[in-house]
Design a protein around this ligand. Structure first.
Ligand code: SF4
Length: 79
């Protein structure tokens, strides 16, 4: 399991999440930030920092944002 960044990030890209992540799992893409599912330790620190509530524990991602689980994983398979 991991945490996942969803669509509200695309309007915001605040970057505070990446500054608080203790394992450097969050990286910036062209349109949003992404969480590496293989690095995230599920500490939850990023959730409370996100000003647009874009970050969810994987099992709690809203139904209409489910595609972002794959989108986050794919970002790191390309880099
Ligand atoms: S839950 Fe913790 S480890 Fe995972 S991305 Fe957020 S701050 Fe980083």
């Amino acid at each position: 399991m991991a945490h996942v960044i969803t669509s509200p990030c695309m309007e915001e890209k605040a970057s505070i999440c990446s500054e608080v992540c203790p394992v450097d799992a969050i990286q910036e893409g062209d349109k949003q930030f992404y969480i590496d599912p293989n690095t995230c330790i599920d500490c939850g620190a990023c959730i409370i920092q996100c000003p647009v509530s874009a970050i969810f524990y994987e099992e709690e991602v809203p139904e209409d944002e489910i595609g972002y689980i794959q989108k986050n994983a794919e970002f790191f398979s390309r880099v």
